[in-house]
Design a protein around this ligand. Structure first.
Ligand SMILES: Nc1nc2c(c(=O)[nH]1)N[C@H]1C(S)=C(S)[C@@H](COP(=O)(O)OP(=O)(O)OC[C@H]3O[C@@H](n4cnc5c(=O)[nH]c(N)nc54)[C@H](O)[C@@H]3O)O[C@H]1N2
Ligand SMILES: Nc1nc2c(c(=O)[nH]1)N[C@H]1C(S)=C(S)[C@@H](COP(=O)(O)OP(=O)(O)OC[C@H]3O[C@@H](n4cnc5c(=O)[nH]c(N)nc54)[C@H](O)[C@@H]3O)O[C@H]1N2
Ligand code: SF4
Ligand SMILES: [Mo]
Length: 738
């Protein structure tokens, strides 16, 4: 029998970053022969980055786990799904019975947000555990944005998005979209979209302690001392509100607290902040004047502003600047989406929580809960500190906190002491090697996809569903199926016997699946077909019939209809944020200047187009070439410290030490050094062979779990004080053992 493989083409959305690029995948039989950009996708218009091809590598990776694994004294052994789920449920139940509910913690990582099933049913895992010890990658990332949206607009996901395609002036602070492809600003082919601003006569300004890839294409790049952006933003507000009178916006009648903000800004003229930020007063005055004179301007700040000690103040002041210059909820300014599956304003059953603040506190350090979670920076101390309420077991789903959260080595020590740990993850890595059980989901190509989160954060209203490309084998489970199965077992264990009600609920949810929930959400949403057979509107069937996606138009002013504050007003001066300015004043006293302390340098992060946090270094095509895990050092610092380009240096912080090759470059500011995060694959007992050959070191072996934005608890990775010295001459090679 001769088998001629049939060729076919499959269209889907890339789920690897926030850009939602449309892909055109070519196949011969079951084999992928090419992955290209989908020219017919109205949003991404054929753009892809080098990571798109990795979807094939991830799918075919022999190191990717394909069945549940149990750790034993002699190594890992394969177990059946039933045995693994029974064991996980029994052990979680046993820990909670003996030590209380909060003794079991959960940590949910970033890829959950890129996964339809996990967005719909992931919260069931947290609900099933009934523990207050909930953690996620949110608190090493965008937590300040969420907290500020909750305070100002009444919902943590009511996030203003730069109207990239219509703005005439984009002020980027602490983001590098040319490497990250954009974040909290879904915008495929970001380079072309940024260039377009300039082509239509607009300007791109980048404020960053490093001359990044994005800064290199900007009209101007301004170096700023790490961690001082809140001061710079207050100075911009000073020029706008105190030295000038900005035009009134259509929201003027709906603003609460404008005078309070003006009074606050009075104390921060550009001259007062310059000795701390390193930004000349005239530079800030120029930006403020541009903001006042440009019809459509917007300030946008991301990781560099969120993961620093004043992350919440930064994101708040950005929103205030956009608002008082008349650019909030306005074409070309900072706008809000109206997503087809509306988890913010849609039907209650579909909605994600509005948010919350300080309903409880972490046991050891007393940091407040935000949106039902505690900061990842306290996870290790909650495991290591004895006493009532100590965490003794952990469930991780799509997360690698050993490499992603501050002071990773301390967390590793803490994981070693747990009574039980289970990880939903396709890889045996730095975190999951500590688990007793690993429950691997299918590959991204074996599941349906819809970006529940990123359609909410997009620069244009669009909707797109991708069906599974491959059918999973008999051992294949999606995360959501594992979550529901675990929840079902836990409920029965708590009751002491199987309950009919629980069984019916479990069967109903399993049969429904995320696709059915998506269909209902689309139908009930702002463009929905409802349940009327003749109504022309969105439904899952409609999206299935539009494999390149549906364009729903540019963002529209809609804030007043979507606002969820109690008094239906925009809160410009929320009390917790106003109060936190005191901490800023104390850190950066008036009349003083911020100077480096005894030879210390400030460490910042760095992303590269071919990396994706910690988990894609097992893809050969992405790690090839020059090693990227290097310490960038300014030439003057290098010569002062005796550091040589390409030669190893020892970097020390309060919590740890790493040895890493130096890259001497004046792309970083004097006094600042930069390392990427997500490396550090040298740990014993992991199962990612290619990553181990390109190990690098983990930036989070240096970052400090004590350094947080005190208001939100978000990790303050950027601005970690470090000392750097040349590494000793390499030791003579050891005599080989006989
Ligand atoms: N290729 C790739 N793409 C990714 C990811 C990845 O790992 N690799 N990760 C994805 C994820 S999870 C996210 S959250 C996004 C993040 O997306 P971005 O925020 O755009 O990415 P970063 O490269 O972290 O940009 C942060 C910038 O802040 C600067 N910075 C550091 N400290 C300060 C400071 O104190 N002040 C100022 N003004 N700037 C500062 C840094 O130099 C850096 O250029 O990227 C996503 N996309
Ligand atoms: N120093 C420093 N640290 C940082 C950052 C920084 O800029 N500097 N950035 C922070 C940011 S923005 C983020 S978002 C975090 C990310 O932090 P994490 O989410 O903790 O880490 P990731 O590297 O994204 O790891 C994702 C894990 O999910 C697994 N995975 C991938 N896809 C799936 C799936 O579909 N299902 C399941 N069950 N598992 C899956 C991978 O194998 C991997 O183990 O890191 C943060 N850490
Ligand atoms: S930019 Fe992001 S979404 Fe687009 S191909 Fe690259 S990883 Fe995928
Ligand atoms: Mo992130």
């Amino acid at each position: 029998m001769s088998a001629t493989a049939t060729s076919r083409v499959h269209f889907r959305t890339c789920n690897l970053c926030e850009a939602m690029c449309g892909l055109r995948i070519e196949l011969e039989g079951e084999k992928i022969t090419a992955i290209r950009g989908d020219d017919e996708d109205p949003f991404s218009r054929g753009h892809v980055c080098p990571k798109a091809l990795a979807l094939k590598d991830l799918h075919e990776d022999p190191d990717r786990l394909r069945h549940p694994m149990r750790r034993t004294a002699t190594g890992w052994e394969r177990v059946s799904w039933d045995d693994a789920l029974d064991e996980a449920a029994k052990r979680i139940h046993a820990v909670q019975k003996e030590h209380g509910r909060d003794a079991v913690a959960s940590y949910l990582g970033n890829p959950n947000v890129h996964n339809l099933g996990n967005m719909v049913f992931g919260p069931e895992l947290v609900r099933a555990l009934r523990s207050r010890n909930r953690f996620s990658a949110t608190s090493v990332d965008q937590l300040p944005h969420q907290l500020v949206s909750y305070f100002m607009f009444g919902h943590q996901l009511l996030t203003p998005i730069p109207d990239l395609d219509r703005t005439q002036y984009l002020l980027v602070m602490g983001a590098n979209p040319l490497a990250s492809n954009g974040s909290l600003m879904t915008a495929p082919d970001i380079r072309a979209r940024l260039r377009a601003i300039q082509q239509r006569g607009g300007k791109l300004i980048v404020v960053d302690p490093r001359r990044t890839e994005s800064a290199a294409i900007a009209d101007s790049h301004i170096f700023i001392r790490p961690g001082t952006d809140a001061l710079a933003l207050l100075a911009l507000l000073h020029v706008v509100l105190v030295e000038n009178t900005p035009r009134a916006s259509h929201l003027a009648a709906h603003l609460e607290g404008l005078e309070a903000v003006r009074e606050l800004a009075r104390d921060f003229p550009p001259e007062r902040v310059a000795p701390h930020t390193g930004v000349p007063a005239e530079t800030l005055r120029g930006i403020a004047r541009d903001f006042l004179s440009t019809e459509q301007a917007v300030c946008y700040g991301r990781m560099g502003l969120s993961t620093q000690p004043f992350g919440s103040l930064c994101q708040w002041l950005i929103n205030v600047l956009n608002t008082v210059t008349g650019n909030l909820d306005r074409q070309g300014g900072a706008m809000f989406t109206q997503p087809a599956f509306d988890v913010v304003g849609g039907p209650k059953a579909m909605a994600l929580g509005r948010g919350s603040y300080g309903r409880w506190k972490s046991r050891v350090r007393g940091l407040p809960e935000v949106g039902g979670e505690l900061p990842a920076a306290v996870l290790a101390e909650e495991m290591l500190t004895p006493g009532e309420g100590r965490i003794r077991a952990l469930v991780t789903m799509a997360g690698n906190p050993v490499l992603s959260t501050p002071n990773g080595p301390q967390l590793e020590r803490a994981l070693e002491g747990l009574d039980f740990m289970v990880s939903l993850d396709p890889y045996l890595n730095e975190t999951t090697r500590h688990a007793n059980l690993i429950l691997p989901p299918v590959s991204p190509l074996e599941r349906g996809h819809y970006d529940v989160a990123f359609h909410v954060l997009s620069v244009r209203n669009t909707a797109k569903y991708s069906p599974p490309l491959f059918q999973p084998g008999p051992e294949g489970r999606q995360d959501w199926q594992v979550v529901l199965a675990l929840q079902h077992r836990l409920e029965n264990l708590r009751r002491g016997r199987p309950s009919l009600r629980q069984t019916l609920k479990y069967q109903a949810l399993t049969r429904m699946g995320p696709e059915r929930v998506l269909d209902i959400g689309l139908r009930m949403g702002p463009y929905g077909a409802r349940f009327h057979p003749l109504r022309d509107g969105l439904s899952l069937a409609k999206l299935r019939a539009s494999p390149h996606g549906v364009d729903l138009g540019p963002l529209q002013p809609c804030l007043l209809g979507r606002l969820q504050t109690k008094d239906r007003r925009i809160q410009l001066a929320p009390a917790p944020l106003m109060a936190d300015v005191r901490r800023l004043r104390e850190t950066f006293p008036e009349g003083a200047a911020s100077e480096p302390r005894d030879g210390e340098l400030l460490l910042i992060g760095r992303r590269h187009l071919r990396d994706n946090n910690s988990w894609m270094h097992n893809v050969a095509g992405l790690v090839k070439g020059k090693p990227r895990c290097t310490l960038m050092v300014h030439p003057e610092d290098a010569s002062r410290l005796g550091l040589v380009d390409g030669v190893a240096a020892v970097v020390t912080s309060r919590v740890g030490e790493v040895t890493v090759p130096v890259a001497v470059t004046d792309d970083v500011m004097r006094g600042v050094v930069s390392l990427p995060h997500g490396y550090g694959h040298r740990r014993q007992g992991t199962g990612q062979r290619i990553a181990a050959e390109h190990a690098g070191i983990s930036q989070n072996d240096l970052t400090d779990d004590r350094a947080v934005d005190l208001l939100s608890g978000n990790a303050a990775f950027n601005g970690t004080p470090v000392k750097v010295k040349p590494a000793e001459a390499p030791a003579a090679p050891a005599t080989p053992a006989a």
